[in-house]
Ligand binder design. Structure first.
Ligand code: JCF
Length: 708
C-alpha cells in the first residue's frame, strides 16, 4: 500500500506535469475531468493531514481550486466573424452590392445609413444575462461553440454583473475583452520584475489572462470590455438600428466605445476611417480597423450572409503595424553634436502604410539587448507616425543563408576619422573631433560664433549654412581667412554687411581665454567651467601641458587637509580648479588629445587669435554701479561692453529700474532708453563708459534728477 505521504507526492508530480503540458506545451495529455479528479484527491489528502501539504502544491495557487479546463458552450445565435476590406475600392464595392440587394427588395433609400465603430483588437466573448443578471460568459470559439470562462469574466470589473434598469428574460451581449496599452506596459513591467514571461502585445495578454484556469489570476490582470452587439434576446424590445442598439447597451450599463458615428453613404464611412486612422496612436487601446454596419437592423436578414460572415457589415482594416523583413546592414550616422547612431538598413517592406527601408537602433546596448545580428529576419514595427523600430529578431530563422555577423561600433568616426569615445554611464558613442568633423561643422561654427562665445556679430545659421555649403569654411580657423570680396559675392550679402562681418571676425581675435575655451565646444565645458579653467591656464598650451593625475592627487590631499582645517575652525586653503571633476578632465583630455582638434587650434593661433586674461579685475572705478547697455555701440559689442563693466567692478543688469545708475545707449536704442528717461536715470555713450572705467568722466553726482 502506498502511504498517504507517497500518494500526495505522486499527485503533486502528476498535476505539475499536466499543468506544464497545458500551459507551456499547450498540449494536454489527459482529459480535463481527470485533472479535476486528481486535484480533488490531493486537496482532500492535504486537508485531512496538513503535515502533507507542501508550499509548491498545485492546491496552493492563489484563489483556491482552478476550474479545470473550460466547459463547452453552444452559442444559441452564432458569433459571426466579419469580412475584411483593405482599401477604399473594396469598401465602395461592398456598399454598392448592399444597395443593389436592398433596391431589388424594394427597401433602399437614396442615402443608405451606416453605423461606423472601431474594431477592437482583443478577444471576442458573449455574455449571457438572464432577467438582468450575468449568468454565463463564453469565448467565441469556432463561432458555434466556445469555452465557458464565466468565472474569469466575473473578475473583469468593466463587465456589469447586473444590467441597469432592464431585465430581459435573456440577453446575450457580444463584445471584446481587451487590455489598455498602459495597463499592458505595467503588467509586463511586473512580469519582468517577477522574472516571468512577458506578453508580446495587449491582445495576447488579454487572451492569456482570460484563459487562466485560476480566476484569481485573471482578477489580477487589468482586463477591459467593450460591447458591440447582441446574440440571443428574449422578451425585450431592442432598438431598430445598430447605432440605437449601441446607445441602448450603454444605457444598460455596458461599456461601449465612444468612437462611433452614423454615416450617410460610403464617402462618410471613408472619412470616419481616415479620422480614426489619424487618432489610432492616441487611443488608449489597440484597434486593427473600423467596422461598418447597415444601421437598420431589420434589413440585416434581407441583405443576408456569406458563410459565417454577414453581408451587411464589413471590417475595414488598417495597414498592419508589424511586418517581417531582413536586417541587411547596420550603418552609423554622426549627428550634429557628434553622437554616433546605429541605423538599421532593411530590405524595404510595407508596414504601417508606408515602405520602410531603415530604422533607428538608438545605441549599441539596444542592439545587444535585442540580440540582433546582421542578416537576421526581424519584426519591424511602425505605429502611427512614430519612426520605425525593430521589435525583435527571429533567431529560430537563423541557419538559412545569408550568413549572419555581429555588429561592432567603429573605433573611429566614419565621417572624419577622429577618435570616438563612450563616457562612463552613457549609452552613446561620440566623435571627439568636434572642431574638425564635417558632421559637426555647422553646429561647431555656430557655437564658436555665438554671443557668449567669440561674439561674431552677424554670423548666424543661414550664413554658416552658406559658408559651409560653398566650401568656404570648414573649421573655425577658416573664418579668419574670409575677406570682404569673397563674402560680398555670396547670395543675399551686400558689401556693407560683408565689411561688417569681416570687422566682427577681426574683433573676435582678442577674446578672453574663458570665452575661447567655451567657444571650442568641448563636451562638459560650459561658460562657468571655462571661466574656472581660464583662471588657471593662459592658453591651450598650458592647459594641454597639465599633469592631470598629479593635479588630482594634490587636489585630494588639499581637500583632506581642508577637512582637518575646518574641524579645527581654521579657514580652508583654496583648491585649484574647484568643481572641475574627473568627467570634465576626461573630456578635456579627449578633446586636446585628438590631433585633428590640435591642428585647428594651431590654425587659430596662426590666424592671430590672442587671449586677453579676464580673471584679474582691471580696476574698481565702476564698483557699486549698475549699468544697462542698449542699442548698437560704435566699436564694442554688447558683450564686450558687459565685460568691460565687470572687469572694472561694475554690475550689469538686463532691464532699467530705479536702481540702475547708468544706461549706456548706442544707435537705435529703444524702450530701455525711454524707460531711463522716464525714471531720470543717467544716459551715457560708449566713450563716456570708457572714460568712467578709466577713472575719469562723469561721477555719480552728474546724473540727472530722478522724477519722484
Ligand atoms: O470589433 C468590433 N468592434 C466588432 C466586431 C464590432 C461589430 O459590430 C461586430 C464585430 C464582429 C462581428 N459585428 C459582428 C457581426
Amino acid at each position: 500500500m502506498e502511504s498517504a505521504h507517497q500518494r500526495a507526492e505522486t499527485l503533486r508530480a502528476l498535476l505539475a506535469r499536466y499543468d506544464y503540458e497545458y500551459y507551456v506545451l499547450d498540449a494536454p495529455s489527459v482529459p480535463d475531468a481527470e485533472y479535476d479528479r486528481l486535484f480533488r484527491e490531493l486537496d482532500a489528502l492535504e486537508r485531512a493531514e496538513p503535515a502533507l501539504a507542501s508550499p509548491d502544491s498545485p492546491t496552493r495557487r492563489v484563489g483556491g481550486a482552478p476550474s479545470g479546463a473550460f466547459a463547452q458552450v453552444r452559442h444559441p445565435v452564432p458569433m459571426l466573424s466579419l469580412s475584411n476590406a483593405f482599401d477604399d475600392d473594396e469598401v465602395l464595392a461592398v456598399a454598392r452590392r448592399v444597395r443593389e440587394r436592398l433596391v431589388e427588395d424594394g427597401l433602399a433609400q437614396i442615402e443608405l445609413r451606416y453605423c461606423a465603430e472601431l474594431k477592437y483588437d482583443g478577444v471576442a466573448v458573449s455574455l449571457r444575462y438572464e432577467r438582468g443578471a450575468f449568468v454565463r460568459g463564453a469565448t467565441r470559439g469556432d463561432g458555434a461553440t466556445g469555452e465557458d470562462v464565466t468565472a474569469n469574466l466575473r473578475t473583469v470589473r468593466a463587465i456589469p454583473l447586473r444590467l441597469r434598469g432592464v431585465e430581459p428574460e435573456v440577453l446575450e451581449v457580444r463584445g471584446e475583452v481587451l487590455m489598455f496599452r498602459r495597463d499592458f506596459e505595467r503588467l509586463n513591467e511586473r512580469q519582468r520584475a517577477a522574472g516571468e514571461k512577458e506578453f508580446v502585445n495587449p491582445r495576447n495578454a488579454a487572451a492569456g489572462s482570460l484563459r487562466q484556469l485560476d480566476p484569481a489570476l485573471t482578477a489580477a490582470r487589468p482586463l477591459r470590455f467593450f460591447a458591440y452587439g447582441v446574440g440571443a434576446a428574449a422578451a425585450t424590445a431592442l432598438p431598430a438600428t445598430h447605432s440605437g442598439l449601441l446607445d441602448w447597451l450603454a444605457g444598460a450599463g455596458l461599456p461601449v466605445g465612444p468612437e462611433r458615428t452614423v454615416a450617410n453613404g460610403p464617402q462618410e464611412l471613408l472619412a470616419f476611417y481616415r479620422r480614426m486612422q489619424a487618432r489610432r496612436a492616441q487611443l488608449a487601446y489597440d484597434i486593427d480597423g473600423v467596422v461598418y454596419k447597415v444601421d437598420r437592423r431589420d434589413w440585416h436578414d434581407a441583405i443576408g450572409f456569406v458563410a459565417r460572415a454577414p453581408r451587411f457589415a464589413i471590417a475595414h482594416k488598417f495597414p498592419a503595424e508589424e511586418a517581417l523583413t531582413e536586417l541587411l546592414d547596420i550603418e552609423i550616422q554622426v549627428g550634429r553634436t557628434g553622437k554616433l547612431t546605429p541605423v538599421a538598413r532593411l530590405r524595404p517592406v510595407f508596414v504601417g502604410g508606408v515602405t520602410v527601408a531603415s530604422a533607428t537602433l538608438h545605441n549599441e546596448d539596444e542592439i545587444a539587448r535585442k540580440g540582433l545580428l546582421i542578416g537576421d529576419t526581424v519584426v519591424v514595427r511602425r505605429a502611427g507616425d512614430v519612426i520605425p523600430e525593430i521589435v525583435r529578431a527571429l533567431p529560430e530563422r537563423r541557419g538559412e543563408p545569408p550568413p549572419r555577423r555581429a555588429f561592432a561600433m567603429p573605433s573611429a568616426c566614419p565621417v572624419c576619422g577622429s577618435a570616438v569615445a563612450r563616457e562612463d554611464g552613457e549609452a552613446d558613442w561620440r566623435c571627439v573631433g568636434g572642431l574638425y568633423c564635417a558632421a559637426q561643422r555647422k553646429q561647431a561654427l555656430l557655437h564658436f560664433a555665438q554671443r557668449r562665445a567669440m561674439d561674431i556679430d552677424g554670423l548666424g545659421e543661414k550664413l554658416v549654412d552658406q559658408l559651409v555649403d560653398e566650401g568656404l569654411v570648414r573649421t573655425p580657423a577658416d573664418l579668419y581667412r574670409l575677406d570682404v570680396a569673397t563674402l560680398a559675392a555670396l547670395e543675399r550679402m551686400g558689401g556693407k554687411s560683408a565689411a561688417n562681418l569681416v570687422e566682427a571676425i577681426g574683433r573676435s581675435k582678442r577674446a578672453s581665454f574663458a570665452r575661447f575655451l567655451f567657444a571650442l565646444g568641448i563636451r562638459h565645458v560650459g561658460e562657468e567651467v571655462a571661466r574656472v579653467l581660464a583662471q588657471r591656464y593662459r592658453d591651450p598650451e598650458s592647459l594641454m601641458a597639465e599633469d592631470w593625475d598629479a593635479l588630482a592627487a594634490s587636489k585630494a590631499a588639499l581637500q583632506k587637509e581642508n577637512a582637518q582645517r575646518r574641524a579645527r575652525g581654521e579657514a580652508p586653503r583654496p583648491v585649484p580648479l574647484e568643481g572641475i571633476g574627473p568627467e570634465i578632465v576626461a573630456s578635456l583630455r579627449r578633446f586636446f588629445g585628438e590631433p585633428h582638434n590640435r591642428e585647428v587650434l594651431a590654425a587659430l593661433r596662426a590666424a592671430g587669435i590672442e587671449w586677453v586674461r579676464d580673471d584679474e579685475p582691471a580696476g574698481a572705478a565702476l564698483a557699486g554701479r549698475t549699468f544697462v547697455v542698449t542699442g548698437t555701440l560704435p566699436t564694442m559689442s554688447r558683450e564686450q561692453a558687459h565685460e568691460l563693466i565687470r572687469r572694472h567692478g561694475g554690475d550689469v543688469a538686463g532691464s532699467v529700474s530705479r536702481r540702475t545708475d547708468f544706461v549706456v545707449a548706442g544707435e537705435a536704442a529703444g524702450s530701455k532708453l525711454e524707460r531711463a528717461r522716464e525714471l531720470g536715470v543717467a544716459v551715457i555713450d560708449e566713450s563716456a563708459l570708457i572714460g568712467l572705467a578709466q577713472g575719469g568722466g562723469p561721477a555719480r553726482d552728474t546724473r540727472t534728477e530722478k522724477e519722484s
